[in-house]
Design a protein around this ligand. Structure first.
Ligand SMILES: C[S@@+](CC[C@H](N)C(=O)[O-])C[C@H]1O[C@@H](n2cnc3c(N)ncnc32)[C@H](O)[C@@H]1O
Length: 214
């Protein structure tokens, strides 16, 4: 499905304004590029009626990439903690089910939305702004919210890789998911970035559609 035309500059300006007001929450210097957004959304399943949840939707570039892959009858939700970005998403993307909230409350938020699970969860959360306990809590919420065999992807910029908090996050990915992989990097993203993917057990024999493993 093709996204409706909208001024991309509006997304970027709104996002940059939010970064200046609250850099500790946004955790980025620029919105994701369309190329990294497409890669993050490549885990969206083609099964009719699939539920796909996005964490940290921001200006909406990844929401658009997810929408382009949504199967018939699917349900696409976007969770975002920043109220300014929520208002922006609701104004520019009336087709998107936007929920104000914290990814640490994901299970409760899904239940309130009448859902028992998600088939895919796509994130661009700023993992290195979270301490170890927050990282663990959010990853546990993600894993327990995924259907067996469900897939998770998250954008990671290469600039955070030297940091201990990133190494902690990568370790948690391996202890949380049956299979962990990477896609990319995308060098023309600002800054360059790659995607970490995870598959929820007990789907141990499932093949990652990307064919990527770490
Ligand atoms: C790095 S930005 C990514 C924005 C956009 N998806 C993109 O790729 O350009 C991270 C987003 O996650 C949101 N965020 C940060 N912590 C969050 C949390 N605990 N729960 C939900 N959203 C959160 C921020 O407000 C911000 O919009």
């Amino acid at each position: 499905m093709l996204s409706e035309t909208r001024p991309a500059g509006g997304d970027t300006l709104t996002f940059l304004g939010a970064i200046m007001r609250n850099p500790q929450q946004l955790g980025a210097i620029a919105p994701s590029s369309k190329a990294i957004a497409r890669l993050a959304a490549s885990i969206v399943p083609d099964s009719p009626g699939a539920v796909v949840v996005e964490l940290g939707a921001g200006g909406g570039v990844i929401s658009d990439a997810i929408r382009d892959r949504m199967p018939p009858g699917g349900r696409q939700l976007a969770l975002e903690i920043n109220e300014g970005m929520v208002r922006h998403l609701r104004r520019t993307r009336p087709w998107l089910e936007v929920i104000t909230g914290d990814a640490g409350d994901l299970g409760k938020i899904l239940r309130e939305a009448g859902l028992s699970h998600a088939d895919a969860i796509v994130s661009s959360l700023p993992w290195t702004l979270f301490d170890d306990a927050q990282q663990k809590l959010i990853l546990e919420e993600i894993a327990s919210s995924l259907a067996p065999g469900g897939r998770f992807s998250t954008v990671t910029t290469l600039t955070v890789m030297p940091f201990q908090r990133f190494r902690n996050f990568r370790g948690l990915m391996h202890s949380t998911f049956a299979t962990v992989g990477t896609l990319g990097p995308v060098w023309r993203n600002v800054p360059p970035a790659l995607i970490y993917t995870g598959v929820r057990s007990p789907d141990l024999l499932a093949e990652d559609p990307s064919g990527a493993t770490e």
